[in-house]
Design a protein. Sequence first.
Length: 281
Amino acid sequence: MTTPDSPVLRVAGRPVGRYVTRPELPDRLSPRPYLHPVTTLSGTAVTELSPADHLHHLGVGVAVPDVEGHNFWGGRTYVRDQGPTELANHGSQRHVAFPLRDPDGFVQELRWMAGGGELLRERRTVAATELTATAWALDFTFALTNTTSAPLSIGSPATNGRPGAAYGGFFWRARKEATAPEVFTPDAEGEQDVHGRPADWLALAGSTWTLVFAGVTDATRRDPWFVRTAEYPGVGSSLAHTERVPVAPGDTLVRRVVTVVADGHLDRDEATALVRKAVTQ
């Protein structure tokens, strides 16, 4: 059932995702809106919420571990020369309004709050589109505007000294199964070969489902993919891979990721065809 705080996304009349607008979460998890559960058209769940291995992983959303030292990811903060550290630096993303809301998507305004004030204002656009009888696409765009009078910068554990941990930005915590999912791009496969590299698209294929992620803008395609399969199944687009990303006062950072959500275990040709359809229709 759709409620003011939990709109339901529908494709061809079928519910495929619930969006939680005002989650009741402890500060340590960096409270923020998220999509969960997200399902295939046959009803298979392809997200997880606060799993035991990472309580701060919240389905599908935007999470950034370092905005000028404030944690919008949740959990511990990676401190250079010290490692993961519990700090009282967590921020929250607060719902302001839905300028547009339809069964197949919405536009949302959010405030990124930390340290008693607003750092960023976000405009988030989410849309669900049918592709085939067994696949649909989630189109997710976020635009972050620096609303302070000073420059801000976005970082990651990698930019703070932890190699291979450039997470932060769009993030999808996927379904965990007994066997780790396969991961592949148009020209590589396996976590070691796809993690930390840009690619036109990246597929995560489980036992009966496949997610295919694609950056739609030039800026998004330049961001390397953050990938985990062995430890847990998760995929994100890295905003701050090797260097901090500056956002001047009044400037806006925009990223757009389209994700194919398909029943079945897709191969490379099937993934290619569905991505092409998703980003061109």
